[in-house]
Design a protein around this ligand. Structure first.
Ligand SMILES: [Zn+2]
Length: 302
């Protein structure tokens, strides 16, 4: 039997997804996910809402993922949209250092520009300084409007603050931005959206044209129309379209591990030597089960 391929989805908002998604992802070969902190579809009004959200990304959500055999990591930061509430943004910035050191936090993110306002610029720069000071990787969300100029500006600001481009992942790229990103030495991530923007077919063409070095595929699945299986689906389409397996492994697994593994918190041994699923475990006395028989891998005899 051919060995099953392993995938990492380095940008997926699992908080918004169901246990069915976790099961389907594990079945499709996803061994690890990275959940960037982001906005929740509507603006938060209190710093405590950010605190509880960050706490769930370093506590409950990794527990939930583990119950389905997936390793969960996250990136912590103040997103661009909510940077525009300056009074609140100040409080959130103060809070960040408490979380950046937690055991599953692999980068500062996702940060960057939305409407490219002065407040967004201010807090993007403040967080780049934090990243520099802590030697952390940065995950940059590029704007969906004025994509190309916003992407170039994001990189210029990173360079202005003295960041090493090899420590910065620029996300939400497309055919218009990828060359600029790679030429400057940054890592280019692509979000595969179903039916719109970057689709699987377009991703295949990008890899054919630009190769697999410094290119990462992710789903950015969240509470909107999105596909948590975008990484394995794109990988399978690449193979079908004749892209070499080693290039598929790089873009759908290894490149993400190389950059997000830099602070040593995300490592292959986390999933190569798993403890196995044990659904009898509880998190603060809470379970993901609702009366079902818990699945326990160590009980299996075949
Ligand atoms: Zn996102």
């Amino acid at each position: 039997m051919e060995e099953k391929m392993m995938f990492i989805d380095p940008h997926v908002h699992m908080t918004s997804r169901t246990t069915d998604d976790y099961e389907a992802m594990a079945e499709a070969g996803v061994v690890a996910v990275i959940e960037p902190s982001f906005w929740l579809g509507q603006a938060r009004t209190k710093v405590g809402s950010f605190q509880d959200y960050y706490s769930s990304l370093v506590g409950w959500e990794p527990f939930r993922a583990r119950q389905f055999g997936i390793q969960h990591y996250c990136t912590i930061g103040l997103n661009s949209k909510e940077a525009n509430n300056e009074a609140l943004a100040e409080e959130v910035i103060e809070l960040l250092p408490l979380y950046l050191h937690k055991e599953n936090v692999v980068a500062i993110g996702e940060i960057g520009y939305d409407d490219q306002t002065p407040a967004e610029d201010k807090y993007f720069r403040a967080q780049l300084e934090m990243a520099k000071e802590l030697g952390m990787v940065v995950q940059v969300h590029t704007p969906h409007r004025d994509k190309k100029s916003g992407t170039i500006r994001s990189m210029e600001v990173c360079l202005e603050h003295g960041l090493d481009p090899a420590m910065v992942v620029i996300d939400h790229n497309n055919e218009e931005t990828v060359k600029e990103v790679l030429d400057r030495g940054f890592v280019a991530a692509f979000t595969i959206y179903p039916k719109t923007k970057m689709g699987n077919e377009r991703m295949v063409e990008v890899v054919k044209k630009y190769g697999s070095t410094d290119i990462i595929v992710d789903s950015s699945a969240d509470w909107g129309v999105s596909d948590p299986l975008a990484v394995p689906k794109t990988a399978n389409l690449m193979l079908k379209r004749g892209i070499a397996k080693e290039d598929v492994v790089k873009t759908c697994y290894q490149n993400a591990l190389d950059i997000f593994g830099k602070n040593g918190k995300m490592k292959e041994s986390d999933w190569l030597n798993p403890k196995g699923i044990d659904q009898t475990e509880l998190y603060n006395e809470n379970s993901v089960l609702r009366g079902q028989v818990p699945k326990v891998d160590s009980d299996k005899i075949v």
